[in-house]
Design a protein around this ligand. Sequence first.
Ligand code: C2E
Ligand code: MG
Ligand code: MG
Ligand code: MG
Length: 280
Amino acid sequence: RAKEMGGRRVEVFAAHMHADVVRRLELAADLRRALQEKQFAVEYQPVVDLATSRVTAVEALVRWWRGSAFVPPEQFLGPAEDTGLIVPLSEWILKEACREVAGWRESSWDIGLSLNLSARQITAPRFVETVSEALAESGLPASALTLEVIEEMLVEDAEDTVAKLSELRALGVRLAIDDFGTGYASLAFLRQLPVDMIKIDPSFVSGLGGDETLTLLTRTIVRLGHDLGLIVVAEGIERPEQLELLREMGCTRGQGYLVARPMPARGVDHLMHTTLQNTA
Ligand code: C2E
Ligand code: MG
Ligand code: MG
Ligand code: MG
């Protein structure tokens, strides 16, 4: 009897596993098709200089409309990474974003591009060449491109990754550590890395004002970043008091719904026109 029930439990478990495997396979097939049928889009979220409110850069964020349903990046990036589809997808995002930002710069708008990298993309063959090609084809200067990685990509068995990123940095490309403070890059380690910028994770910024520990930690990260000569960007700014505190702490740049939401290229066109008009 007990054995029977145990067997049944295994069956139920197997059925769940089966459904999960099927879902993943379907997602993988859909991703492949989406890539062929160009169902992906790039949105751009402005990053501003906190002292002047000037837009210094836009961060490219991939978007997928699976039919009429929006799929958040966090749901499909893992499977894209597992299947290797992240490599052609990332190449498309890179080229598309470089081309669009180079276009905005041609209108005399001095902005940079921030791009999220995936672990597999960096270790894929020809990664460095692909980035160089994207710059050459678009005319975007290397110094206008910032590549964002998370701490995990730089710490464990990351010699190949660090070597490739260093190669790109030697060409003038900037490097940023995204979601800073959530990983386990030690402060001493940070000094040895070829990094130009840290982006403070929203989990710190969200506590600004309300939570004393998070406020203290944010202040410490800002000071640390500056002491190391890094540009410090605060992410996930949603409320005015967060913005005020970050300004008071001397944080260099900021990003968040309060400042601007991610928007399609047309939205950035519009933002550019109003910005250029106001400064003319
Ligand atoms: P991330 O690079 O840390 O990007 C910031 C995320 O926070 C974006 O989510 C953005 O829409 C969201 N965000 C911005 N301001 C606020 C705010 O004020 N409040 C809140 N709650 N959220 C805010 P998104 O677009 O869903 O992207 C999630 C993550 O997926 C990114 O985190 C990044 O790790 C990854 N990702 C997005 N696009 C790409 C891409 O093109 N390639 C790669 N490899 N990863 C990407
Ligand atoms: Mg990012
Ligand atoms: Mg982040
Ligand atoms: Mg993130």
